[in-house]
Design a protein around this ligand. Structure first.
Ligand SMILES: C[S@@+](CC[C@H](N)C(=O)[O-])C[C@H]1O[C@@H](n2cnc3c(N)ncnc32)[C@H](O)[C@@H]1O
Length: 471
């Protein structure tokens, strides 16, 4: 282990695992209420420490949020579970607090990111691999272009290649395939995963990274109208493009190699040099059918997808998953499996309680199909909450962080519906905490609404922290 690594870890531990303010109540239920009434905004706090910033992820919550509940509601070595693990925020915090973290998701990219963020790796080895990838990929790009063109032909099936051609410049494709070729040569899986996550982070960023997309890590991809060089000249797209609009629909060309080098340095600085706690378990599992025994979990902290497919994970993630070898058709099929997806054919709906059913009826009256989509969402969330109830030990807590959506102009009031559903299956939901979102930090669906002062708009800038207690 490097001395330097030692220092970094100690520094990280002392800075970020300091116990937060102590809450008074002895009973878990009372302490839960106290925590939910505390300041849950965490504005102006640093959230990119440790590995939290390895890869952008929509609706990633601030690490201080799971940290608070982990420290106040569990003891060292207890089990902290994160169904719908996303980029692993809760698991990273559980790891640093020496709790046993378990995280599940059905998204291949989310699982990879969450694993890499909690895997200690030797920094010297990473630097060695990193510079080999960087220099050899660049060398190939300049000297072996024909071979790289051939590789591009065999790496994708025809439909996936059409997708690649639409979203990536030919030169960027060559850069990316040369980096990818070097990454696949790494034999040790944990090290290869680290570089795959860096590779993906070159593409999936708020601004669409080295692809021709905008808003990739944010909401739904739109293709740029023009690509500019660093002097502002149009190098791709509409040459007569009205420059007054350029802020919204243009971007500046970036070299994948230099972006790789930049991310490499950042991520190596923040990776764990050695183990600090119990190794988390992160794997593929549907939150509606949890691969865990009854009453084995001490705390759940999770943020499920929003209703109405407001954040379409696969729509963004496919931009890097196609490079990983997934075919565009299989990703499109997979997209239907996510909670909140819009496909409702052959779907088995759950019985839902009154307030939730009324919400679905309100939407159905305006648009029958959208009503069905909302019913699917609440049915999936009911199944997931039932499973959370099953795996939690009695006397323990599940924290569910959720925002609202609008469907056909109707506020879904998801927090009220989930509270009602949770109560109907046996949870006590004593209080809902409210957080004001820091929109500069958290990537959320963009709003087209102009009236930012309307009630609905105000609620769109809030997020709800529901505390479920299992008696
Ligand atoms: C809001 S994100 C979680 C983000 C996370 N809080 C973070 O900080 O990175 C929701 C996650 O739910 C996952 N998901 C959707 N449907 C799922 C299902 N049926 N089972 C498990 N995970 C699912 C998505 O893949 C996504 O990663």
């Amino acid at each position: 282990m490097d001395k330097e690594d030692d220092l970094v870890v100690n520094e990280q531990l002392s800075l970020f695992t300091k116990p937060t303010k102590k809450y008074k109540s002895e009973s878990i239920l009372e302490r839960l209420i106290e925590l939910l009434q505390s300041d849950l905004n965490f504005h102006n706090q640093i959230s990119n420490y440790n590995s939290h910033n390895f890869h952008s992820f929509p609706a990633k919550f601030p690490p201080q949020l799971p940290k608070l509940f982990i420290e106040e509601l569990t003891k060292p070595n207890e089990v902290v579970f994160y169904p719908m693990v996303g980029s692993g925020t809760t698991i990273v915090e559980a790891y640093f607090a020496n709790r046993k973290g378990i995280g599940f998701d059905i998204d291949p990219l989310a699982l990879k990111i969450a694993k890499v963020k909690t895997t200690p790796l030797n920094k010297k080895e990473l630097r060695k691999y990193g510079s080999k990838i960087y220099y050899e990929a660049k060398d190939d790009y300049f000297k072996n272009r024909e071979e790289l063109y051939e590789l591009l032909k065999i790496h994708f099936d025809s439909k996936t290649k059409k997708f690649i051609d639409y979203w990536f410049l030919p030169e960027t494709q060559l850069e990316l395939i040369s980096l990818w070729k070097q990454i696949t040569m790494i034999k040790e899986e944990e090290y290869r995963n680290f570089f795959e996550v860096i590779f993906s982070s070159l593409i999936i960023t708020k601004s669409g990274g080295v692809s021709l997309a905008l808003d990739l890590g944010h909401t739904r991809p739109h293709k740029i109208k023009a690509l500019l060089d660093k002097d502002g000249n149009v190098v791709y797209g509409d040459e007569n493009f009205e420059l007054s609009k350029k802020h919204f629909v243009t971007k500046v060309i970036k070299s994948s190699f230099e972006e790789f080098r930049k991310r490499l340095n950042q991520n190596i600085n923040n990776i764990l040099g050695h183990s600090v706690g119990t190794k988390p378990e992160i794997r593929f599992c549907d939150s509606q059918n949890l691969c865990l025994d009854n009453e084995t979990v001490d705390l759940i902290v999770t943020s499920p997808p929003y209703a109405s497919n407001a954040i379409d994970y696969m729509r963004a993630h496919k931009f890097s998953l196609v490079w990983f070898g997934y075919k565009i058709d299989e990703l499109t099929k997979k997209r239907k499996e996510y909670i909140g997806s819009e496909s409702t054919s052959d779907y088995y709906f759950e019985d839902l309680p009154d307030f939730t059913s009324k919400k679905i009826t309100d939407v159905s009256t305006i648009d029958f199909n959208r009503g069905k989509v909302l019913k699917r969402y609440f049915s999936e969330m009911k199944k997931s909450l039932k499973e959370m109830y099953r795996v939690l030990k009695p006397g323990k807590v599940a924290i569910v962080v959720i925002g609202n959506s609008t469907m056909k102009g109707i506020d879904t009031e998801t927090h009220k519906c989930l509270k009602e559903i949770g109560s109907s299956i046996g949870f006590i939901a004593p209080y809902i905490g409210i957080r004001q979102l820091d929109r500069n930090k958290r990537m959320l669906p963009a709003s087209k609404k102009k009236d930012l002062n309307s009630q609905i708009q105000k609620r769109m800038h809030e997020e709800y922290v529901i505390g479920f207690y299992k008696p």
